[in-house]
Design a binder for this molecule. Structure first.
Ligand code: BG6
Length: 482
């Protein structure tokens, strides 16, 4: 089953911060991919915008270098690259000043979708949004796309929302969380709501607990300064892990529409219980061999920022009361491995005493690497020697099952195409972001007030020992990271 590519409507996509890291590494090579597979119609154009003076040719040369560096080798045919670059142009604009806005307005066409991607510091969101209106660049159907970090806490997120809403309506605002563009994350909705099999089991009666892991093998390296102001809780849990939790825990929406889905996600966040400090473990990686420690990269030798966090989260509603969700994420761990594991309870009456307490059934939704689904079952070991039981996996790797070829978009590509289609399902609504911060703030304030120091952990492992205890004390254990 090779994926079908359906072209989107013609568009003018304006990328603010077009020379920046995200634009050059992800957005522009990603758009090139969409162009190669035929999803970008002939009349689609991409307009790079930044303060630096540059002509069209220089911008195209810059993007040609990004494509050479970041696009898959199989796509880099010279004629395709040249044809793509023809769609690109550049306008110099002073985001907070007056210059360049009139030229930008003139440069855009009236009869195509208009989208503005703000790949810039959040401190510029308000000024750019306002100038887009003041200079008549935006129209009532234009879309504006913003990136994380969407705030640092509830107050700053509210201020950003207010800034954007002064100039755009919520239906025009697309807040990106790139985890929502990952194939398996979307598949979670298909799995849950397109199959009759799971829904009867998807609750506290049958699910013992859920583990959500987003483990990274890389450290903070060159991003130390940004990261040190955030930490794992703000950088990963408030957004990516929260999205995974919501999609796993939410009620079935009555329709597959952006607001029906997002309403259900908000309800999950609002049902999260406050987490006591005793249910949270924070860690910070040490050095190993020649590799520096977190502190070496943080820019502050006394930093108390966490590069790892594990926590037990309870959802106070009918579906989940009594079934904890354990979350963990961290840098410099054994493997880059992200998954959601739904671990089922033992059968109500176990006639095989040796399997008692083993929780032999689990559904594992693997996000990366090797996206796919695994169902762990208990079977009889074949052969003589008595009635022995073993746990085996029913594995489905999407790449094999669906023959996903090079056409499959990466998360950013998919989300940008959704912006052009005008589909907000996979974007965070303003109230969703604020609800997530309202839950995170007291947790972070708690350890900031206590001046708590994170536990050290060795790179290449599975985090601090205390994280193992978080489950051990409940008679459970984390799945291996691999
Ligand atoms: C980003 C975080 O949002 O997500 C990074 O800021 C993190 O710290 C990254 O490394 C992880 O994304 P992915 O897609 O590589 O899992």
């Amino acid at each position: 089953m090779v994926s079908r590519v359906i072209p989107v409507d013609p568009f003018d996509l304006v990328v603010f911060g077009a020379s920046g890291d995200l634009a050059q590494r992800k957005i522009l090579p990603g758009l090139f991919h969409r162009f190669v597979v035929g999803q970008m119609p002939k009349q689609a154009r991409i307009i790079g915008v930044a303060r630096r003076k540059m002509d069209h040719a220089a911008f195209r040369a810059q993007v040609a270098t990004s494509i050479a560096t970041f696009a898959p080798a199989s796509l880099k045919q010279q004629d395709l690259v040249a044809a793509f670059l023809e769609r690109l142009s550049y306008v110099t604009v002073d985001a907070t000043g007056e210059s360049g806005w009139a030229s930008l307005a003139e440069h855009l066409r009236d009869d195509v979708v208009r989208a503005f991607y703000l790949s810039v510091s959040p401190s510029l969101f308000g000024a750019i949004a306002q100038n887009l209106q003041t200079y008549g660049v935006a129209t009532p159907t234009s879309r504006i796309v913003v990136e994380k970090p969407f705030g640092h806490d509830l107050k700053s997120a509210q201020a950003l929302n207010a800034d954007l809403r002064r100039s755009f309506e919520e239906r025009q605002i697309y807040r990106i969380d790139h985890y929502l563009g990952k194939e398996t994350v979307q598949n979670l909705m298909a799995l849950r709501f397109a199959n009759a099999l799971w829904e009867p089991l998807w609750n506290a009666t049958h699910v013992d607990h859920v583990q959500i892991t987003v483990a990274e093998s890389l450290g903070v390296e060159g991003r130390g300064e940004y990261y040190d102001r955030s930490g794992a809780m703000r950088d990963m849990v408030q957004n990516h892990l929260m999205q995974l939790l919501c999609l796993t825990a939410m009620e079935p929406p009555s329709r597959f529409t952006p607001n029906a889905v997002r309403d259900e996600k908000v309800k999950v966040i609002e049902a999260l219980e406050p987490v006591p400090q005793s249910d949270i473990v924070r860690g910070q990686y040490r050095s190993r061999g020649d590799e520096g420690s977190y502190l070496d990269h943080a820019g502050d030798p006394h930093s108390r920022t966490e590069s790892f966090v594990a926590m037990k989260v309870n959802i106070a509603n009918w579906r989940w009361s009594g079934t904890p969700f354990y979350l963990r994420t961290g840098k410099k761990l054994r493997a880059r491995s992200s998954e959601i594991a739904v671990v089922f309870r033992d059968p109500p009456h176990m006639i095989f005493p040796q399997m008692s307490g083993r929780r032999g059934n689990a559904l594992i939704i693997k996000l990366q690497p090797d996206e796919g689904i695994t169902l762990r079952n208990t079977i009889k070991e074949p052969g003589p020697g008595g009635f022995r039981l073993a746990e085996v996996n029913l594995d489905m790797t999407f790449a094999d099952a669906l023959e996903q070829g090079a056409d499959a978009p990466d998360a950013y590509e998919r989300l940008i195409m959704d912006v052009i289609r005008g589909d907000q399902t996979l974007f965070m609504r303003g109230d969703e972001v604020e609800a997530a911060w309202a839950w995170v703030d007291p947790i972070v304030e708690g350890w900031e007030d206590a001046r708590a120091t994170p536990a050290g952990y060795d790179p290449g492992g599975s985090g601090p020992d205390d994280a193992l205890m978080l489950l051990h004390r409940d008679g459970r254990r984390w799945r291996e990271l691999n």
